[in-house]
Design a protein around this ligand. Sequence first.
Ligand code: ACO
Length: 378
Amino acid sequence: MTTATFAKGLEGIIAAETQMSFIDGQKGVLEYVGIPIGELSSKSNFEEVVCLLWDLKLPKSAELAAFGRALRANYEIPAELADRIRKLPKSASPMHVLRTLVSELALYDPAPNANEPGPAREKALRILGMAPTLVAYYDRYRRGLDFVKPDKDLSFAENFLYMLNGEKPTPTMARAFDICMILHADHGLNNSTFAARVIISTLSDIYSALTGAIGSLRGPLHGGANEGVMHMLNEIPSLDAVEPYVMGKIERHEKIMGFGHRVYKAKDPRATDLQKLAKKLAEDTGNADLYAKSNAIEKIMEREVAAKGIYPNVDFYSATTYHCIGLKLDLFTPMFALSRIAGWSGHILEQLRDNRLFRPKASYVGPHDAPFVPMDQR
Ligand code: ACO
């Protein structure tokens, strides 16, 4: 007989094995396949990181080139989906749009349920390649602009910014966006990755698993926090207003978005990288005040709540970074999703290689032997 333990929110429970990312929450360490995240963000690029996560090794030059060609061959979305985007309500949230359209991609796949390693990987590549086009097309449509078709000569990061803005990004902006993509690509068994693994463990299909993961990510306790951070920065009118704003929140026991983490009890290493990026971009783009406010919030939080293990997480400085790249606020969480499709897909492939159905138990805390009271006596 197995003994059952109960951990609310599955805190501290190991529910899967992974070879993709390692996190030491006490020391603030994150590695992808053993390589420290700072090494990857400074020396690699997003396509190479996807190869690393999916194949569990760095690609050789020819392998990376082949991967890049295959990914770019998937940039274009089915014409039916492009037409469909033109009929969506312009008021919809891009995260709801992305979730809906990733689900709809299954309708244009002749074999959406094929979970064997080859086809599953091809589907992952298809969705990773097409997802930026879905987001960029929707954003241009809602702004009343024509679609800008993807350019297969451009990298994942360059192509997204090109489709969104209609002009090629500067090398600095493209590199900044690429670094964001690297930093958000994978992160152990976070809520959305767990959701993806739970769904694929029924041997459902990759579209369903990614749709569920996108739904999970948009929550304000998870990836949606980056938009919450920007709302907060917008609410704080000046640097002088930071102290009373943050102290007021702490006194009212309200959470400051972009701080705290279930696993990290030290500064999230991704936040360290994003902070550097945010500072540089803020100076270059005339947003120094935004960075100054963020930094002031961090200092107050350090003074007031660091003893509880609450430090900036990935979402805190990504808000300033995305703003400086020129992204609209409600595209922040979709940006996270575009990158995390790499991690979710890697976990789906990993789960399929050694699957066991997720089926935990609930501890029943209701009554027993209750009478069935007839309708007229209730
Ligand atoms: N601001 C202020 N206090 C906080 C914060 C915060 N952001 N986060 C946690 N705390 C406090 C809680 O109030 C609680 O205090 P108490 O013990 O005095 O009641 C204590 O720290 C523990 O917090 P929990 O919410 O129970 O910890 P949990 O592990 O569930 O929280 C979570 C993790 C959900 C991320 C939380 O820190 C939070 O809500 N942060 C804000 C939202 C956010 O930034 N989410 C993004 C996380 S990163 C990611 O998902 C990509």
